[in-house]
Structures are given as structure tokens and as C-alpha cells.
Design a protein around this ligand. Structure first.
Ligand code: GLY
Ligand code: MN
Ligand code: MN
Length: 537
């Protein structure tokens, strides 16, 4: 290297560039997020504005908050990972007299040296422009001054509020942003998003099918005092012929059209977009799944009967961190024996797993995308005959579920295929005598979408290409069940993450051993943790 070149290099490689090399760079691109905003705009009704808010900061105790996690929709559309922000998307370009046209605005947290010294860097307006690709960005404190009449839009699309945020001393926190929004749109104190959902459902129901829908709705309204009071809903439910239902449907449509506040359309849009993944998303989702599989493999090698549930959890999560996964996508589930029968068991506090099966349902979250992989393994390295019999039924059910995960099949197809095999298997072993009893031992669904959320958004319509779903049948036989004692305390779930493609289902988590033979073989391998001794405390 010439001296001159060396000098130029030293002058131009700033400390920021040097540090930048030490942080991950494989995040979704600003172009990805922009393309998603464009996709939302295309689906928005004419002359509408969508207003989305960042997730709330939630308090853990006293002056300690939970680690902040962005709202997945907000992240999908912006890439912004800080709280106290609001995004406005306009269906058409907006013009102000002096400025150039724009079709989106983001309000972000203001840069603040003191706050950043304590709690980390903020992107601020400049970062929102240069890193996130927004042309128009302001500080949150300017939101209340926004010189656009939101009520002039035919529709204002927003997610209704869960009211689980706090007002802090910051005058531009989420609380203030939401209050400003409510003021701007004359948000009624009795706004009822659920009522709007039901109105929308009635609007999209053909009169030919209205008797069915009215009947279902009637059962639903029975348990809801507020909805029961709505004259249009009860009128529709109690109408005894199609003509009367048509009349109420007409009134409901008028009412829906009259309101410009709408929290149903944006849900539909986000559900539709997030159901199928782009190539860029798949890179991250596959990485999350692979990391989780390595976690399962390393635990299989390290497992022994003296391990505690927490320790097993720790090994999985260490592997996640080793690969740079920021979080777990949901609280880790590690249940030995009977604990595996609690579907979302997260206490993980049994001190020795002994000779039981250990059900391990964990997923790494990598740059926002989460895996969801379950393996059930014998702590002592060998399935007992009873454990193996139950395991093999679940395995066969899962194989059938995966095979049913094809383009065009109804969302329920894997569940139906898996349930049939579980039912047949339980009857074959004499654990149940009637098919209806299978639900006692397999009480959950078989599939959900996977992505930014572990239970990701989707339409629940027929399967589409580039969708990722889980296939996760299980059999859980708690102590005291109405069957032979030899089955008690056996709990098995096998869960894989399946990409639906033109060429059929692809098991993204196939790397983690799944058959009893493959698991036992993996458990025979040595682990770097075999000699990991810590002092007794
Ligand atoms: N880990 C949660 C689930 O399997 O749905
Ligand atoms: Mn799952
Ligand atoms: Mn799971």
C-alpha cells in the first residue's frame, strides 16, 4: 500500500466507520420498508390517510422498563425501532403551496444528548431521512401542530387503542401523540372497533348467507353487553327473514360509510401484506429458524438427567445470542415430564428433568423475525417404549400436516390431517375410546402464520406461495388422566416451520433431528458443555 493511500485511508476512515464494522448490517433495507408503504398505499381507499403509532414503552417495576420492542406493523413499514413515533400514509400525494408533494410523514423522537447518554442513540429527523428514507420527518413534539385537517379525508385508517400506555413527563410521548390524534379526529369516547368489525362483516355477507351469519352473530352478542345494545346489530340478528336482514344491512352500510374513522381496513391490509413474505424477509426468517435449530441440536448433545429446565433454556438462548439474535420471539417453554402438558409453560423451574421427556418450544428472534420450533427429547438419551409410541403418533400426524400445507389448501388442512392421525393413534393405544375424546389430549390448533410475530398476521384463507406456517401437533397426557397410568406425564409436541412454495412445502427447520432414531443418535454426540463445570455456590 502506498504511503499516500495509507494517509488518505487514515484520514477518511472515521471512528464511526470503524465502529460500524462491528455491528450487524443485515437488516431489512430502507427500500424494503418503502416498498411496504407503497403496497399499503395501493390498498388504501381513495382520499384516505393511515395513522400508525409506535409500540408503547412498558414498565417492569419502579424505574425499570421492559426491553423495548417495536410494534411489528410499525417496524414493517418504517424500520424505526424507537418508541414515541407516528407514521402518516396518504393514499394520494399531498401538496402544500410552498413545498413539494409528499405522500408520507414520520414523527420521531427528538435527538437529546442527555437522554441519549443514558438510554442510547436516537435516529432523530436526520436519521429518519438518511437511514429510513423518509423525505418528510418531524419531531414528535410537532405532531400537534400538524397543518393537515385529518377530518377532510374520507377515511382515517388506524388501529384502535388498547389504552396500555403511560403518560410520562415527556411532552411528546406516545400518550401525548395519541391524545393529539384523538383531538384531531374528534375521536368519540364510545368508539367501538369491534362493532365496526361486525358491521363490516355484515356488509360483506351476501343476503343468501345472512341467516347463517345472523345466527352465529346472535351467539356472539349474547356475551357482550355493549354490543347487545346496538339496535342495528340486534335488529339484524333478530330479523326473521331475508328482506328484513337486507333492510338492516342497508342501514349498517350507511352507518359505516358515514364514519370516516376506520380501524378495520388497516387490519385487513396489514394481514394481507404480512401473510406472504418477500425474499428479503425470508433471509432473516430462515436465519432465525436455523439459529433455533442449532439451539435444539446443541441441547440434544448437552442434555442429561441432572439438568434443570432453566439450564436447558439457557443453552438454547446462549446459542441464539452467539448468532446475534436479539431476543426470543416469545417466552421459552422447557417442560420436563408432566410440565410439558402445560401448553405455554414458562416457569421452567424444575431442578432436575430426570428420565422424563423434555418438551422444548423455543424460537430465536433475528432482526425482528422469529422462529417457533419444538422438539421433545428423552433426557436420558433413549425413548421408553411408551414415550416412543406416543412420539411416533405425533410424528406421523405432523408428517401428514406438513404434506397438507400446499398452495390453495384451506388453512385448516394441516390441522384436519394431523387430528385424524392423533385420534386414530390414541384409539389404537386404548387411551381414548371415542373420537371426540381426542381433543382432551390434543387441545390446540396445528398451525399459525410465522414472521415478525410468532403468531403472525394473515388472512386465514387458502394457502398462498411464500407463506410460512408452523405445523405443530401434540399429545399431552397429564398425571391423573382417565387412561392407563403408564401414559401419565407423557407430553410430546413436534413443531416445524414450513414455507409454502409452488413446489410444495419446504421444512425450514428440518436441520433439527425429528425422528426418534435421529434424536437418539444426536444425543449420543459429545457436547462442548460436557466439561463445563462451575463452582458450587
Ligand atoms: N410457541 C408458541 C406456539 O407454538 O404457538
Ligand atoms: Mn407455534
Ligand atoms: Mn411453539
Amino acid at each position: 500500500m502506498s504511503r499516500l493511500f495509507l494517509l488518505i485511508s487514515i484520514l477518511f476512515i472515521s471512528p464511526i466507520t470503524i465502529f460500524a464494522q462491528d455491528i450487524p448490517t443485515d437488516f431489512l433495507s430502507a427500500d424494503f420498508h418503502k416498498s411496504r408503504r407503497d403496497a399499503v398505499r395501493k390498498m388504501m381507499p381513495e382520499n384516505s390517510v393511515a395513522v400508525l403509532f409506535a409500540n408503547a414503552v412498558r414498565n417492569r417495576a419502579n424505574d425499570v422498563d421492559y426491553v423495548y420492542h417495536q410494534d411489528p406493523d410499525f417496524y414493517y413499514l418504517t424500520g424505526y425501532n424507537e418508541p414515541n413515533a407516528v407514521l402518516l400514509l396518504f393514499s394520494e400525494e399531498q401538496n402544500t403551496e410552498s413545498d413539494k408533494a409528499y405522500n408520507e410523514i414520520i414523527f420521531v423522537q427528538e435527538r437529546d444528548q442527555k437522554a441519549e447518554q443514558w438510554n442510547g442513540k436516537r435516529l432523530g429527523i436526520e436519521g429518519a431521512k438518511s437511514k429510513l428514507g423518509f423525505d418528510v420527518a418531524y419531531n414528535g413534539s410537532e405532531f400537534y401542530k400538524l397543518d393537515i385537517n385529518l377530518l377532510s379525508f374520507n377515511k382515517i385508517l388506524f388501529f384502535d387503542f388498547e389504552n396500555d400506555f403511560r403518560d410520562t413527563r415527556d411532552t411528546a410521548d406516545l400518550y401525548d401523540l395519541i391524545m393529539n390524534f384523538k383531538d384531531k379526529v374528534d375521536y368519540p369516547s364510545d368508539y367501538n372497533a369491534e362493532k365496526q368489525e361486525l358491521y363490516t362483516m355484515i356488509k360483506s355477507t351476501d343476503i343468501a348467507n345472512s341467516a347463517n351469519v345472523a345466527q352465529r352473530l346472535g351467539r356472539y352478542l349474547k356475551n357482550d353487553e355493549r354490543l347487545k345494545e346496538d339496535v342495528l346489530l340486534t335488529g339484524y340478528v333478530n330479523a326473521n327473514d331475508d328482506d328484513l336482514r337486507k333492510e338492516f344491512k342497508g342501514k349498517i352500510e350507511l352507518e359505516l360509510d358515514a364514519s370516516n374513522l376506520n380501524s378495520v381496513i388497516i387490519s385487513e391490509i396489514m394481514r394481507t401484506l404480512r401473510e406472504t413474505k418477500t425474499e428479503e424477509e425470508m433471509v432473516l426468517l430462515k436465519k432465525a429458524v436455523e439459529i433455533s435449530c442449532v439451539g435444539q441440536i446443541e441441547v440434544m448433545k448437552a442434555m442429561h438427567p441432572n439438568m434443570s429446565e432453566t439450564e436447558i433454556q439457557g443453552v438454547h438462548e446462549y446459542v441464539y445470542k452467539k448468532y446475534g439474535a436479539e431476543y426470543e420471539g416469545y417466552p421459552s417453554i422447557v417442560g420436563g415430564g408432566n410440565n410439558g402438558c402445560i401448553l405455554h409453560y414458562i416457569e421452567n423451574n424444575k431442578t432436575k428433568v430426570g428420565d422424563d421427556l423434555v418438551l422444548m418450544d423455543l424460537g430465536a428472534e433475528y432482526h425482528g423475525y422469529t422462529a417457533d420450533v419444538t422438539r421433545t427429547i428423552p433426557a436420558n438419551g433413549k425413548f421408553s417404549p411408551e414415550q416412543k409410541q406416543i412420539y411416533d403418533i405425533v410424528y406421523k400426524a405432523q408428517e401428514a400436516g406438513i404434506k397438507a400445507s400446499v398452495i390453495g389448501a384451506p388453512f385448516q388442512a394441516p390441522g384436519k390431517a394431523a387430528s385424524a392421525i392423533v385420534t386414530q393413534g390414541l384409539m389404537g393405544l386404548g387411551i381414548i375410546s371415542k373420537a371426540e375424546e381426542a381433543r382432551t389430549y390434543f387441545p390446540h390448533g396445528t398451525s399459525h402464520y410465522l414472521g415478525l410475530d410468532v403468531h403472525d398476521k394473515g388472512t386465514y384463507g387458502p394457502f398462498k406461495a411464500n407463506t410460512v406456517v408452523t405445523v405443530e401437533p401434540g399429545i399431552y397426557i397429564p398425571e391423573g388422566s382417565d387412561c392407563d397410568k403408564k401414559w401419565w406425564g407423557i407430553a410430546v409436541r413436534i413443531e416445524d416451520d414450513i414455507l409454502i412454495t409452488e413446489k410444495g412445502p419446504v421444512n425450514l427447520s428440518a436441520m433439527a433431528p425429528r425422528t426418534t432414531q435421529a434424536i437418539e443418535a444426536m444425543m449420543k454426540k459429545t457436547s462442548p458443555l460436557d466439561n463445563f463445570e462451575l463452582p458450587k455456590l
